[in-house]
Design a protein around this ligand. Structure first.
Ligand SMILES: [Zn+2]
Length: 91
């Protein structure tokens, strides 16, 4: 049921990664219209049933997730004796 958010996926409707004017689904005010890029389909299960939509995000939020993913990947690749010295998520 759950699929990964893959920021490399092309927009299936437009076949392009060009930005459109829309709402950022990640860290921004959902009322703010700005330049956003398609990041993938989102399906959320709730009390009224499943809700699905195409999700978009702004460059700042995509870059933030990219930075977090890189940091997490870096920590996973560290030898165990170095990881033990600090809590996960704090480089
Ligand atoms: Zn954003």
């Amino acid at each position: 049921m759950n699929e990964r958010i893959n920021l490399l996926l092309p927009d299936p409707g437009r076949r392009t990664q060009k930005r459109i004017e829309g709402r950022c689904w990640l860290g921004c005010d959902p009322e703010e219209m700005q330049a956003v890029t398609w990041i993938g389909p989102v399906t959320v299960r709730g009390v009224a049933g499943d809700a699905s939509a195409a999700a978009y995000a702004c460059d700042d939020c995509i870059n933030r997730i990219y930075g977090m993913a890189r940091a997490d990947q870096y920590e996973r690749d560290l030898p165990a004796h170095l990881l033990a010295a600090r809590p996960r998520g704090h480089p």
